[in-house]
Design a protein around this ligand. Structure first.
Ligand code: GFP
Ligand code: PLP
Length: 827
């Protein structure tokens, strides 16, 4: 929170000016003013981009008074500020959310109508800020929404990537990545504050020096960049509160070396500038090359160093001992963990605290959330790289490690294996720093993101640490914001709920329980089914305009949308489709006996993840063949709209009948898509994995299609020796599906195209697609049977909505506040 720059004052400036837009006339006036004075055009000469900007600015103006007031209030209050450190925020479009939060939707719609402007067209102008890859980044966006809605003082810190997640297109069915230039036209939602830029430094060496008889260390960095904060409003839902999302942009310190430029070496003159500014250019650059990795570490240090400096500069009297009472830094996965040695460096080297005092403060200021179970996703940095980029931080990490291992030795004696096992420094395959270990040792709490995940984290991923720190490990099950994912995404359902149980449920989602009895009411069921049908029509409008295809009438809408990863098992879904297709086209199954379904996929593959890209290719190839084959016409459809993002999620999820959550048990930490589907009245077919477990417990077995091995069964099969080819041999239907793919039927007869997928399934199959195939197909048969009874299906769908209010991110935030942050809303 910026301190005032001067002592200037005026009676009228004591309270921020009241919002100008809270009537239709007021809105129109402010809109026209913004059009004239901010865009420099008249209404009649304006284009749709001008109108979008002026419109967004009018909403922004309304929120501004509240924002300024909240900044003042948070600065004045002694409340603990939750500093969420996250390399990703997958925000989605801002306009509708900000309209909703400010309660201006009706006024704004009327105001635009009075100006002859179609508000829908304005909405479509906004390019969503895709500053995240998937669930992790979307979770951060849900959390900051909830914190604002609950009135908790919070700053979300992250990176203002010039280019967010790539825009996905398909060429011949294969993924092509296009740059996501979300800032081409500028963003009306951001406020740069170069006056609060922070210096962030890299490289160089360390040295010790004598400071009045005390030997101290210091870092002599070799180069640096400026981190410029860009502030974004995070409005609470109808509560007049506005928090801040502060994203850092890298700027070169010496913007331009005129001397070199004048000597004619233009390239060299801009090289250092480009190098520095690259840091905030791209979300998660390709990290399969050493250069990519280095940039990634630069990004991580860049944003946490700037964020810590931003917090430290506001300490009352510069007194660091108050830090644990004033802030908590929540580490969203391992990406921001370098913040731990950075805070130690600031406290010890810059503020001259004793090491022990600094360590005590640091341990109270951090908490760590783990989001994965895949060992390869736990970040490590080679000692060589970390030492070269951040030499002082490496020294600090070594000392933290030494002192920690002393404690381990005290407890267990000289148990070499255990010491190796718990050391922050791994020795093999190269000397490297295990960031999850560092976070676990430093953090006051370590949490997983669903019950099963937290248990596996304790028992399988970090068992040595959960034994050592038994009270540190806790669970906080993820959640999603009902404002965006029910109210905005599904207005029909929202109205229906409000008609039934009144208002208030959007901020108290457990109240959806009151809908249970409505599941027995035939009129309500009819109305509920009508909402679903209307959502399908709306989705069709979107898909037709966007991609030129649509879902056939009367089809079950079966949706699998999420990042493409082998553990999430899009391949299993595909084998189901190929089995149905093979069954009908071979004449073994009568088309009339197959439930008409359209399978909808949405998924991006990481640019360097070759197998994931092959699977995308195969989905498109199967879709092309299936959709063109008259033998399955009216029965099967496969749609894969490219560029799955938050905007598309908001259209797809409310239209879904069936939600596919089919990861191998023990691999999906939580999932949040699964919660969104259930809350929008889709039934889940899923494994006992992540938050599926809790969804099933809440909705009941009769309203959830469980299949597949449990996590202990998966482990037991590995222990026995998993041979996927055995499953292929033993199951005719599986064999026929795989053989059809292997035959080249989906690749114009060229069997080599998908051969790597087939071989991978038969001889490796790390995620046990073949082992779970038969159980999955049986569960799909149960789905078909259930879907045939429309009334009963709708009843189950209503019960899914009624029983999943637990998955509000407000509840997640309450859990973090009570169990980790020990903070309260600012009254
Ligand atoms: C990761 C995990 C998910 C989890 C989210 C949020 O995100 O299981 O729900 O983080 O905690 F894998 P994805 O990128 O996989 O969605
Ligand atoms: N990607 C987008 C665009 C999302 O909106 C979400 C969550 O809703 C996800 C990814 C995460 O999906 P899942 O939890 O199914 O992996």
């Amino acid at each position: 929170t910026p301190a005032p720059a001067t002592g200037a004052t005026h009676p009228l400036a004591l309270a921020p000016v009241a919002g100008p837009a809270s009537s239709v006339d007021g809105f129109v006036r402010q809109f026209l003013r913004n059009l004239n004075y901010e865009r420099g055009v008249t209404l009649s000469a304006s284009n749709v981009a001008d109108r979008y900007f002026a419109f967004a600015m009018t909403v922004r103006d309304y929120l501004m008074a509240r924002w300024l007031e909240d900044l003042r209030r948070q600065l004045a209050s002694k409340a603990k500020v939750v500093c969420y450190l996250s390399a990703e925020y997958l925000l989605g479009r801002q306009l509708d959310n900000n309209l909703l939060a400010s309660g201006l939707t009706d006024i704004a719609t009327e105001a635009m109508a009075a100006c002859g402007i179609d508000i829908y067209e304005l909405r479509e102008q906004e390019v969503e800020p895709g500053l995240g890859n998937g669930g992790l980044g979307r979770l951060a966006a849900c959390f900051i929404d909830s914190l604002a809605t609950m009135g908790v003082a919070n700053v979300g810190y992250g990176i203002r990537y010039e280019y967010g997640i790539f825009r996905q297109t398909f060429e011949d069915g294969q993924q092509v990545e296009q740059p996501d230039s979300w800032l081409t036209m500028g963003s009306p939602w951001e406020f740069p504050h170069p006056e609060f830029a922070q210096d962030v430094r890299f490289g160089g060496h360390t040295e010790t020096y004598d400071d009045d008889g005390v030997t101290r260390s210091r870092w002599i960095p070799a180069w640096g960049v400026k981190a410029v904060p860009y502030n974004y409003m995070v409005p609470g839902y109808l509560n007049g509160r506005v928090n801040t999302l502060r994203l850092w942009r890298a700027k070169a310190t010496n913007a331009f070396d005129l001397r070199i430029f004048n000597s004619g070496d233009f390239e060299e003159a801009v090289r250092s500038q480009t190098y520095a500014e690259n840091i905030s250019q791209v979300l998660y650059p390709e990290d399969s090359t050493p250069q990519g990795k280095e940039l990634r570490l630069q990004q991580q240090y860049f944003f946490v160093a700037a964020s810590i400096a931003d917090v430290v500069r506001l300490l009352p009297n510069g007194d660091p001992s108050t830090l644990p009472d004033r802030v908590i830094f929540q580490l969203n996965d391992t990406h921001p963990v370098i913040a731990v040695p950075e805070l130690m460096r600031v406290l010890v080297d810059d503020m001259h605290l004793e090491w022990d005092a600094a360590w005590e403060i640091t341990q109270k200021c951090f908490a760590y959330t783990c989001h994965t179970l895949l060992p390869e996703a736990l970040e490590v940095w080679s000692v060589e790289l970390l030492g070269r980029l951040l030499p002082r931080h490496l020294e600090i990490i070594y000392r933290i490690n030494e002192e920690f291992l002393d404690r381990v030795r005290e407890r267990y004696g000289d148990d070499l294996m255990r010491l190796r096992d718990m050391s922050i420094i791994a020795e093999f395959p190269e000397r490297s720093v295990r960031m999850a270990y560092l976070a676990t040792i430093a953090g006051a709490k370590v949490n997983g993101v669903a019950e099963l995940h937290s248990q596996l984290l304790r028992d399988k991923v970090l068992p040595q640490f959960s034994e050592f720190f038994p009270d540190k490990f806790i669970n906080v099950t993820n959640g999603i914001t009902p404002r965006r994912f029910i109210k905005l995404a599904n207005p029909g359902l929202s109205d229906l709920i409000t008609e039934a149980i009144g208002t208030g449920w959007l901020t108290d989602l457990e109240r959806l329980r009151e809908l249970e009895s409505y599941a027995e009411n035939p009129d309500f069921r009819t109305a509920f089914a009508e909402v679903k049908a209307a959502n399908k029509r709306h989705l069709n409008d979107v898909l037709r305009a966007r991609d030129g295809f649509e879902i056939a009438d009367g089809h079950m809408v079966d949706v699998m949308v999420k990042r493409l990863h082998e553990y999430k098992r899009q391949m299993l879904k595909l084998l189901h489709i190929v089995t149905l297709y093979e069954g009908i086209t071979s004449g073994r199954v009568a088309a009339a006996d197959v439930t008409p379904r359209t399978f909808v996929f949405g998924a991006k593959a990481a640019p360097g993840y070759v197998m994931a890209k092959r699977i995308i290719h195969l989905i498109n190839a199967v879709g092309k063949v299936v959709n063109a084959d008259p033998r399955v016409e009216g029965r099967l459809g496969v749609l894969f709209p490219p560029n799955y993002n938050v905007t598309l999620a908001e259209r797809l999820i409310p239209a879904a009948d069936l939600s596919e959550q089919i990861s191998l048990a023990g691999k999906e930490a939580s999932g949040t898509g699964n919660m969104k589907f259930a809350l929008n009245g889709a039934l889940t077919i899923g494994t006992d994995d992540g938050a599926n477990v809790e969804i099933r417990e809440l909705v009941g077995d009769d309203h959830f299609f469980l299949f597949g091995q449990s996590e202990p069964e998966v482990e037991a099969l590995w222990a026995r020796g998993y041979r996927p080819a055995d499953f292929y041999q033993a199951d005719d239907s599986l064999r026929r599906a795989i053989d059809l793919i292997a035959s080249g039927a989906f690749s114009g007869g060229d069997a080599s195209v998908f051969e790597p997928i087939v071989s991978n399934l038969l001889y490796d199959d790390r995620f046990m697609v073949l082992a779970d195939y038969s159980s999955y197909l049986q569960a799909q048969e149960r789905v078909d049977a259930a879907y045939a009874d429309t009334e009963s299906w709708t009843r189950s769908a209503i019960l899914n909505v009624a029983r999943t209010g637990y998955f509000s991110s407000d509840r997640s935030m309450r859990d973090y506040l009570d169990r980790i942050w020990r903070a309260e809303p600012v009254r």
